[in-house]
Design a protein around this ligand. Structure first.
Ligand code: FAD
Length: 120
């Protein structure tokens, strides 16, 4: 019997999107070129324009106007994204993440937990 595959709902889409976004930030260069900074800034703005959850996209666009993308370095980008995610967390009444590079790298780049395996 074939299993029905439903389109993702906003929560599932959100989890997958944050996974991609925080991972991209974690692996962003420490000292990006001018082109990389421009492209990352454009990427975030484009995501806010086309994010496939209409009310999320609207709020994300507003949020980016309030706190413009910071892509001058890996740390700047990770911290900016952490703050953006926390804005959404607060709006939804979810716990906020303690934004510092140690916590962010442990969660999104290289965990020191032996149960976690990295392949990139
Ligand atoms: P998620 O919020 O998806 O988080 C996944 C994991 O990220 C967590 O388990 C935690 O380990 C980690 N994490 C949590 N906070 C941070 C942080 N600040 N920095 C780094 N890592 C962190 N949903 C709505 O209902 N309304 C909206 O307006 C809305 N806007 C969104 C805008 C964007 C750009 C995105 C990507 C998603 C949005 N969502 C929105 C979805 C929402 O943020 C959640 O993804 C969804 O509710 C599922 O939540 P979750 O509890 O599974 O964890």
């Amino acid at each position: 019997k074939q299993k029905v595959q439903c389109p993702p709902r906003s929560a599932e889409l959100g989890r997958s999107s944050w996974k991609l976004l925080h991972s991209m930030a974690a692996w962003y260069p420490e000292t990006p070129t001018q082109d990389q900074q421009t492209n990352m800034t454009a990427f975030m703005r484009t995501l806010a324009e086309f994010y496939p959850c209409t009310w999320c996209a609207k709020d994300f666009q507003e949020s980016i106007k309030e706190a413009p993308v910071k892509a001058e370095s890996r740390t700047e980008l990770c911290m900016w994204l952490c703050d953006q995610h926390n804005r959404v967390n607060k709006k939804l009444g979810k716990p906020v993440f303690d934004c510092n590079m140690k916590n962010l790298d442990e969660r999104w780049k290289k965990s020191t937990n032996p149960k976690c395996q990295s392949d990139h």
